[in-house]
Design a protein around this ligand. Structure first.
Ligand SMILES: [Zn+2]
Length: 67
């Protein structure tokens, strides 16, 4: 899963955490967010988000196994 960042305000959408304030469950991929989802901080649409390039390549990081 990829982290996406809002180009307008810098908010990061982390699929591991979801967006509880907008009823988005943990583990929801950015691509699976509803089309009408907007940035919780500034109201930008999904089109205003950019994928963040992780420094690690595609490691299989599992939820809850940090450290
Ligand atoms: Zn924003």
């Amino acid at each position: 899963m990829k982290t996406y960042v809002c180009e307008l305000c810098g908010y990061e959408y982390n699929p591991k955490h979801g967006d509880p304030e907008n009823q988005i469950d943990e583990g929801t991929d950015f691509e699976d967010l509803p089309e009408d989802w907007v940035c919780p901080l500034c109201g930008a649409t999904k089109e205003d988000f950019e994928q963040v390039n992780n420094t690690d390549d595609d490691n299989d990081d599992e939820i809850g196994s940090e450290i």
